[in-house]
Design a protein around this ligand. Structure first.
Ligand SMILES: Nc1nc2c(ncn2[C@@H]2O[C@H](COP(=O)(O)OP(=O)(O)O)[C@@H](O)[C@H]2O)c(=O)[nH]1
Ligand SMILES: [Mg+2]
Length: 226
């Protein structure tokens, strides 16, 4: 839920959701590093907080704050969930108040079913709010590896799960963009772009849709010119 302080500062919560090992922590690490090193529209505020298990997987969640440089009153609070099956109740808690979701897929073909399971859980936790109230962006991660699924295959899954609208439904404007990404710093691909797109959508939902997907004609006219 977008939170506005008395001094006008706006806080937006963005969540990376996906199966264990899909790359969420690596994505946020890379995002943090590259926004620190380059002059972009987002800049990190402080360090990332991580709560890890001894084997390096996320126990509770990771957390970081990024500030918009164009609109410095906007702060994005980034979280990742622990993907392991047994942490399902915890994911529900971390999801609370989320304004935008990046769904992270481990695109390796043999993990196809595990990703769908993770997507179904997200749908359940979001209770029908995805796209309509919570903008969604998809990252097909690990696209540097061989034998991975592609955007058209994942689009098919989204259709089957009812997370894809066809025109003339105006919600089709807010269909999830599917980015093919690599989170490893040396080969990074579309890590910033996917985050920026999700952040942009959360702001538009807030400003023009009063917390829902903006689809009225007045907005659509404006959007054409954006
Ligand atoms: N080849 C490759 N490996 C990745 C990529 N992203 C993450 N990994 C690796 O996948 C493993 C799990 O990543 P992690 O970020 O801990 O996943 P999380 O459980 O979703 O937080 C680590 O060994 C990462 O180095 C990627 O884009 N390409
Ligand atoms: Mg993690």
């Amino acid at each position: 839920m977008v939170r506005i302080e008395e001094d006008g500062r706006i806080h937006i919560k963005v969540l990376y959701w996906g199966m264990a090992g899909s790359g969420k922590t690596t994505i946020v690490d890379t995002l943090h590093r590259l926004t620190k090193e380059q002059e972009l529209d987002m800049t990190p505020k402080g360090e990332l907080k991580k709560i890890d298990m001894a084997n390096g997987s996320t126990l509770y969640f990771d957390r970081g704050i990024f500030q918009s440089t164009k609109t410095p009153k906007i702060f994005y609070h980034i979280y990742t969930v622990a993907g392991q099956t047994q942490f399902s109740p915890l994911r529900k808690t971390v999801f609370e108040g989320t304004d935008g979701v990046l769904f992270v897929v481990d695109s390796q073909t043999f993990l196809f079913e595990d990703n769908i399971e993770s997507l179904k859980e997200l749908k359940k936790v979001a209770q029908g709010d995805l796209i309509k109230e919570i903008p969604m962006v998809v990252m097909l991660n690990k696209k540097d590896l061989n034998e991975t699924i592609g955007a058209s295959e994942f689009e098919h899954i989204l259709k089957e799960e009812g997370l894809w609208y066809s025109p003339p439904n105006k919600l089709s404007l807010w269909n999830p963009i599917i980015f093919e990404t690599c989170a490893l710093y040396d080969m990074k691909r579309d890590i910033y772009r996917s985050f920026y797109e999700c952040a942009r959508r959360t702001a538009l939902y807030h400003i023009y849709g009063n917390g829902t997907a903006p689809i009225d004609d007045e907005f659509l006219k404006k959007y054409d010119k954006m």
